[in-house]
Design a protein around this ligand. Structure first.
Ligand code: NAD
Length: 368
């Protein structure tokens, strides 16, 4: 069976769905791997590296592929060119690209969405949300350190002592914890807050001070946070205001699965920050944790520079692609039996991640 690795078409996408190091795992499973010309270049992998790893290179590998691997959803015109019976694996946000999902469904294409892989222990090696959040969290800390016009660490020198930067992280899931750990490694003093009960211990375990507000925790299902009510949001903002005002750098990473990001920091809160302060809003792409942040841009609010994240994991395409490719190859391996792609729909990982073409689905698949 033939696997195609496509070149990403979105202008801000620099990742690739398979790295040369992992070609051998797929060929060992019995697949032939064909990589679209130049697919890995933005992630620093040349066509020659793929060839040396055992792949073929082609200008248009989609049309005769059995399995198509991508990071972003295929464009509609690409989806139209797939043969019935083809399978795709990649991110596939159903609400964001309904027309692509419809094209896949009506074209007889079976599709699997990486963001739908359930977050159970057995699926950890396939959890692309976590692997990409880790990259984003690291990137946020580095952006904050780069924009801030002062040291992160304490420096004691013959000329005197320079105090460390104070970093505040709001939202301490996978990305937030990685942002904390990275800022700590650079020597900053870090405080963090999250609405989940388990978060305080996790924050302390990566070396930051956990802010405990006199508010109830907000646990939702599956270990995720719940949405804040209006009064809760107002109180949380009020209690966090002095922490925001004292921070040299504020990094926000709060998210709610499948929903708009919660607004945690008002414009008025940012206006209280000192001159030269920096705000990094990872959630700018999904509505923003910080009022006024703009995805893909730096804006000034009060005396602070506010950086809005846009497809942040893609900004470190090397490690992001490597980790994503591991996740994808592990999912493909799970669905491969005796050298052919043969997904077992009794397996909850397979069933949960399938969007179109599940057995028994009429036209559209289980999740569409
Ligand atoms: P996420 O990206 O959905 O959200 C990021 C963080 O924002 C979360 O920690 C959330 O609690 C926080 N948040 C939401 N609303 C907030 C608010 N109003 N104020 C402050 N913070 C707010 O989350 P995630 O990083 O994907 O992880 C969510 C949970 O899933 C975590 O408990 C994580 O440890 C867990 N998880 C489990 C597995 C697994 O078992 N395989 C894998 C990954 C993550």
């Amino acid at each position: 069976m033939r696997i195609a690795v496509v070149r990403e078409l979105r202008d801000d996408e620099q990742r690739v769905a398979l790295v040369p190091d992992l070609v051998g795992r797929l060929t060992a499973l019995g697949y032939e791997v064909v990589v679209e010309t130049g697919a890995g270049l933005e992630a620093q992998h040349s066509d020659e590296e793929y060839v040396a790893a055992g792949a073929l290179i082609a200008d248009d590998p989609h049309t005769d592929a059995d399995l198509v691997l991508s990071v972003q959803p295929l464009e509609r015109h690409e989806a139209r060119r797939l043969r019935p019976g083809t399978t795709t694996v990649g991110f596939l946000p159903v609400d964001a690209v309904p027309e692509v999902v419809e094209t896949l469904a009506t074209g007889g294409v079976r599709s699997f969405a990486m963001e739908r892989v359930p977050r159970i222990s057995r699926a950890q090696t396939m959890d692309a949300l976590s692997s990409q959040a880790l990259v984003s969290g690291y990137r946020c800390a580095i952006v904050a350190a780069g924009m801030l016009r002062r040291f992160f660490p304490l420096n004691m020198t013959a000329a005197g002592t320079v105090p460390p930067a104070e970093v505040l992280v709001l939202g301490a899931g996978v990305a937030g914890l990685q942002a904390i750990a990275t800022a700590r490694r650079l020597g900053a003093v870090v405080k963090a807050y999250d609405v989940r009960a388990a978060a305080a211990e996790e924050i302390r375990s990566v070396g930051a001070q956990a802010i405990e507000l006199d508010l109830p925790t907000l646990e939702g299902s599956g270990g995720y946070a719940r949405e804040m009510g209006e009064e809760r949001a107002r109180l949380q903002q009020e209690l966090l205001t002095p922490y925001v005002a004292a921070a040299d750098a504020l990094i926000t990473t709060a998210a709610l699965p499948g929903r708009r990001a919660p607004l945690l920091v008002s414009r008025a809160m940012v206006e209280q920050m000192r001159p030269g302060s920096v705000v990094v809003d990872l959630a700018a792409d999904t509505g923003g944790n910080v009022e006024g942040s703009v995805a893909g841009d730096v804006v000034r609010i009060g005396q602070a520079q506010v950086w809005g994240g846009r497809n942040v994991a893609s900004q470190l395409p090397g490690p992001a692609s490597r980790l994503y490719a591991q996740n994808v190859v592990n999912l493909v391996a799970l669905m491969t039996r005796d050298g052919v792609l043969d997904p077992d729909f009794d397996d909850e990982i397979v069933a949960a991640s399938c969007v179109t073409g599940a057995p028994g689905a009429a036209g559209e698949g289980s999740g569409a």
